[in-house]
Design a protein around this ligand. Structure first.
Ligand SMILES: [Zn+2]
Ligand SMILES: [Zn+2]
Length: 82
């Protein structure tokens, strides 16, 4: 199951579970659409994998399977690939 991390690793923007702007790689490194497109060119700076649209969890399921609240923020990793 996806963690649904609450923020972008690059710019720390909030990415709630219902956000259409969240992008993830296969390890669930999580970025906003702006960073994924303009800074990272669709490639994860941590693993080199592709960044794709994060599927949204239906609201009714979030109560039982809540999104992660643990923020991951690594601005240095994003600067390296800019
Ligand atoms: Zn971002
Ligand atoms: Zn990754």
């Amino acid at each position: 199951m996806l963690e649904l991390r609450p923020n972008c690793e690059c710019c720390n923007k909030d990415l709630p579970a219902e956000s259409p702007d969240a992008r993830i790689c296969t390890f669930e490194c999580t970025f906003c659409s702006d960073c994924a497109t303009t800074k990272l060119n669709g490639v994860c700076p941590n693993c080199g994998g592709e960044l794709v649209l994060r599927p949204r969890r239906p609201a009714g399921k979030l109560a039982r399977y809540p999104a992660s609240t643990e923020r991951v923020y690594k601005p240095a990793g994003c600067a390296a690939t800019a």
